[in-house]
Design a protein around this ligand. Structure first.
Ligand SMILES: Nc1nc2c(ncn2[C@@H]2O[C@H](COP(=O)(O)OP(=O)(O)OP(=O)(O)O)[C@@H](O)[C@H]2O)c(=O)[nH]1
Length: 435
């Protein structure tokens, strides 16, 4: 899902990660953030038989080796060369080995680094007459500090650093069918979050960029978040009328069937109004779904006044204490003035509690434009975006709530009745960043 958008966002994060990495500085006086006990415990519990080899987990050893490698500056090596003490070799295969030094020169290879940090303090620590257990603790303490050095870094990005990557982000979003205003809002939010502020980044540079982008997307997608289930729950005992509007063929009828199925599973009784009297076969189509689900359909002849059908259906639903009435309407182009006027009439006569706009995610910016136009004609309560399972770029899903200032309610993700996901901005944001 959202393959192309993911790809483009990943390219932006990668490019900015590189800048972050380049600008990251180690903190001069790091706090010891590593739990030393963990290292001590690992070392003590896996002592080799001869007592000279301490086993660490692979990850800890890799971290320790990386940490030590980082802090072994030339100057440090010189200091160590001067000290007459035991050497500690850390190999990336997972062992810390104490080896009595045959001479006082330390060798560093890509696989092996030697403990040194700063001379005097460590010279004292590794005196040969210390007990083994004390030595282990000291080593662990050293690794803790060494790791802290590497893990505790920070970065400050300025506008110059962000300019190139943010331009890349803007293009990526526009190419993913995001509306211009939404793109601008996301770029501005990312800039605001990253520019000028000190960011502690620890070891993982990637997370701050991804986090900023995720926050920005969440911000624009969370317009007037509305809980459909809660809305219905608060109205139990009344007949809630929900009308579905949109253009032709976007999945309105199928979405009505999916919602009906979901409502029934949640214990609501449902009636359907066959309000698409315009398209040949539309009444039969909704009837087929209703038969499968065991739902009563109120219908008139093809070509009759849809407002009248829906009005009748509402009276029926109320009289039969149906919890929810779902009204289908004919698909119409948002540009067709007469049909949009007819839609206004339907909504005036039957006063729906919710008007749900249905469009397909694959339509990208067109869907956003249509949502905006429908919302101008009748006050939509929210959107169902269908066909997210098809190759949508993801832009419409991000833009539509921001442009209409009405929430996305559900995503259609297939042709089966259960292929309906309740919208959750967090889920969406996770989805576009998952591997
Ligand atoms: N892949 C996929 N197909 C869907 C989804 N929702 C609907 N469809 C398919 O889209 C096609 C059109 O769906 P309809 O429900 O007939 O669309 P409509 O908006 O009612 O069409 P009109 O009656 O012409 O206004 C059908 O083949 C559906 O099975 C979805 O979420 N994913």
């Amino acid at each position: 899902m959202f393959g192309k958008l993911k790809e483009k966002l990943a390219s932006f994060t990668k490019s900015l990660d590189k800048t972050v990495e380049e600008k990251a500085v180690e903190l001069e006086e790091p706090e010891v953030v590593v739990e030393e006990e963990v290292v001590i415990e690992a070392a003590e519990t896996t002592d080799a038989a001869d007592g000279s080899v301490l086993e660490l987990s692979e990850a800890e050893t890799a971290d320790a080796a990386e940490a030590i490698a980082e802090i072994l500056e030339e100057e440090t090596l010189e200091t160590v060369e001067k000290t007459n003490r035991d050497e500690i070799e850390v190999s990336v295969e997972g062992k810390i080995e104490e080896t009595p030094s045959s001479n006082n020169v330390l060798e560093m290879t890509s696989e092996t680094v030697s403990d040194s940090k700063t001379g005097a303090e460590n010279t004292e620590r590794f005196e040969p007459d210390e007990t083994e257990s004390e030595m282990k603790k000291e080593k662990a303490g050293f690794f803790g500090k060494a790791k802290a050095l590497i893990f505790d870094r920070e970065v400050i990005l300025d506008d110059n650093d962000l300019e190139g990557p943010l331009m890349e982000l803007e293009i990526a979003l526009l190419e993913s069918d995001l509306a211009l205003t939404v793109t601008d809002a996301i770029v501005a939010s990312v800039r605001e979050q990253l520019s000028g502020t000190r960011k502690r980044i620890g070891k993982n540079t990637g997370s701050i960029v991804e986090e900023a982008l995720k926050n920005a997307i969440l911000e624009v997608m969370s317009a007037n978040v509305f809980d459909f289930d809660e809305f219905l729950e608060q109205r139990r005992g009344q007949t809630v009328h929900i009308a579905f509007v949109g253009i032709n063929g976007t999945g309105k009828t199928t979405s009505i069937a999916k919602i009906a199925n979901r409502l029934q599973k949640n214990g609501y009784s449902v009636t359907i109004a066959a309000g698409d009297t315009f398209r040949a076969g539309a009444i039969d189509q909704i009837q087929i779904h209703a038969d499968r689900l065991g739902i009563k359909v109120i219908k008139h002849q093809e070509g009759s006044d849809p407002a009248a059908v829906i009005y009748d259906a509402l009276q029926y639903a109320k009289a039969h204490k149906s919890d929810v009435l779902l009204s289908d309407t004919a698909g119409r182009m948002h540009t067709n003035v007469n049909l949009m006027a007819q839609l206004e009439k339907i909504c005036r006569v039957s006063t729906p509690d919710l008007i749900i706009f249905v469009d397909e995610a694959t339509a990208g910016n067109d869907a956003v434009e249509r949502a905006s136009q429908f919302n101008g004609a009748v006050p939509i309560s929210g959107t169902i975006l269908t066909k997210l399972d098809a190759d949508s770029k993801g832009g419409a899903a991000i833009s539509i709530a921001y442009i209409t200032q009405k929430p996305i309610l559900f995503f259609g993700v297939g042709q089966e009745y259960d292929d309906l996901l309740k919208f959750d901005p967090e889920w969406f944001a996770e989805k576009i960043f998952e591997d």
